[in-house]
Design a protein around this ligand. Sequence first.
Ligand SMILES: [Zn+2]
Length: 267
Amino acid sequence: MNLRTLIFVNNACYKAGRTIIPRGLFVHSTGANNPNLKRYVGPDDGLLGHNTYGNHWNRPMDRQVCVHAFIGRLADGSIATYQTLPWNMRGWHSGSGPKGNANDSYIGFEICEDGLTNASYFRAVFNEAVELCAYLCKMFNLDPLRDGVIIGHYEGYQRGIASNHADPRHWFVKFGESMDSFRAAVRRCMDTGVPMPPEPAPEPEAPAPIAPEPPAHEIHTVAKGDTLWRIAANKLGKGARYIEIMTLNALTSDAIRVGQKLKIPKV
Ligand SMILES: [Zn+2]
């Protein structure tokens, strides 16, 4: 995990200064095709890159929105996690439902979505999220497999403690993952220290059979008295095939000279 810190001190959520006792982790994905951290995290620290629109979240916002961390891409294309609120500060990320408000007890983080078709980006940020959750579960003594400890936004809605959003399921399913597989990966990461078991080494591949070289053309050296017609008649059995010799040798006229080397088509 590439964990960095840029606390959103200008966001009204930070200024509100409310604290929570974290009882779980709440997983979001942004729902916008923009994998760059600079979209949300700023100002530029030399790694994020400059957000020319100035619309990152470290500012007074027109709506109450803030999470504890973002996972996405740095300016150089590498993946990082930015902590953007103290972990025990109350964030604004879940919305609420009939049974409560997840903001009161969950640490929330966003994974920056891209166009949802890039498998290597997905795998990199998924693993980064697994590592972040393993790190936080250890910090707050949470069991990732216990019911309700790590939930996706859509699960928060199902549990009646969050707004009706589909993230991050719509993205996870595209790459064969789910919140269940995510939780299992967090448990594994806590046990082994790595987000994913190493890929099994690929079977050594048998060397590809080498295609036999097509035989080279026969070369005819023009002798005194040769004409294209005569060469074609001798070599190809038909004088009229001299056109093929011209084509093969890229000749623009039928003039040939003694000693000239001509490729002769395979009969
Ligand atoms: Zn969400």
